[in-house]
Design a protein around this ligand. Sequence first.
Ligand code: PLP
Length: 477
Amino acid sequence: MMQYVSTRGGVPAQTFTEILLGGLAPDGGLYLPEHYPQLTDRDLTAMRSMNYRELAFAVLSRFAGDMPDADLQALIDTTYRAEVFANVRTGESAADITPLRTLAPGLHLLGLSNGPTLAFKDMAMQLLGNLFEYALGRTGASLNIIGATSGDTGSAAEYAMRGKRGIRVFMLSPNGKMSRFQTAQMYSLQDDNIFNIAVNGVFDDAQDMVKAISNDLEFKYTHHIGAVNSINWGRIAAQTVYYFKAYFAATTHNGQQVSFAVPSGNFGNVCAGHIARMMGLPVRKLIVATNENDVLDEFFSTGVYRPRPAANTYHTSSPSMDISKASNFERFAADLLHRDSARVRAMWSEVERGGVVDFRVGGVFDRVADYGLVSGSNTHAGRVATIRTTWQKYGIMIDPHTADGLSVGLTYREAEVPLIVLETAQPAKFDEIIHEALGLAPQRPGLLMGLEDLPQHYVTMDADVDALKKYIVSKLN
Ligand SMILES: *Cc1c(COP(=O)(O)O)cnc(C)c1O
């Protein structure tokens, strides 16, 4: 049966359901499968004709060793329904779940943002909501999720967990600092297990309150406090599925290779692509695209990983990629280091001290080529230009994150190798830059018309951890 180990080697192997509800491993590392499942040419041929739900089962059952097949299939069937991923644009079909649009021969956009919050995070988070409810239901336990958001993650988590038995979500956001659309998306939820807390302060104040609670082990344990951050293994596993789906949609036989361009921040999405490739998917290049926050681009061009202090993060027009250190990067680093967990541990203790790690030592960085990863970064001017050109040439409106992916992806385009750009959000979420680039308002899916006029449901709080604790306790039971 598939077992999971920590990148830092300090905990015994665990099963899928044992690590499902957790985040970091107790030794501070991230969970990875002991070995990646290997797919043969015959497996790929069988998968080629599957729909999204069948494919999700074929891929995820190889990771979810200790879950009964029928239960996994049922959760997948509930999650990946056309009604859930119905925010589609002209010419797309909700039944495809992740429709592939062709811009030009050999150049495609993979639609990952048709879920309830219009960003790709729904792809994994929706399944996670159902997996969490299932796992808690088996033991009768409850889970109180707390998080801080500047926009996309919080809404994806709330829409995935709303109405779920045994789960409550306490989501902190900076009062008055999100876009009207993002605010309305979260605060209009009326479910009684969702608690929106508008903190008088900035995102970092909200984040510090969450950290304070996570560090209070007694409070955490007594009140079953958990998180749904991007290092959760279930999210990565769920994201591998659409790499397969896109590959089959863009090719006709398994002898062909494709390249993917991935708008990146915490390295979760592209990490899933790396894992799909390790399983045997014929991927030529995984193109990591960043914005001005280029810690990943710096690594892939120099071999040195140099996380920046959070205070040095630029606020850009592709805000969901504004990160100073990439929390999932440790997973790829573990593979690059051939799972030498002692070395991962030594390197990341350096990173945690605010240091820099150099992968050129011992020729480790030279192996990056074996994994197909390359990178590039983009700027505000580049995003505006790409949004404009894509609209003028193809009549397709893309969001600023996808524009980073397309812009960097095109610099690596090769004849005969289809390039698939991952569309990570819909332009409707980012009307400012769309207006700047095109002089018009982004199309909004019909289901979300009038969102800002719905009644809003939230409490306002100062950045005071004791007040937050009192509030949480008052909502339990
Ligand atoms: C979260 C997010 C990203 C970055 O994804 P990672 O998995 O963190 O690399 C890119 N685009 C959008 C729209 C996002 O919400």
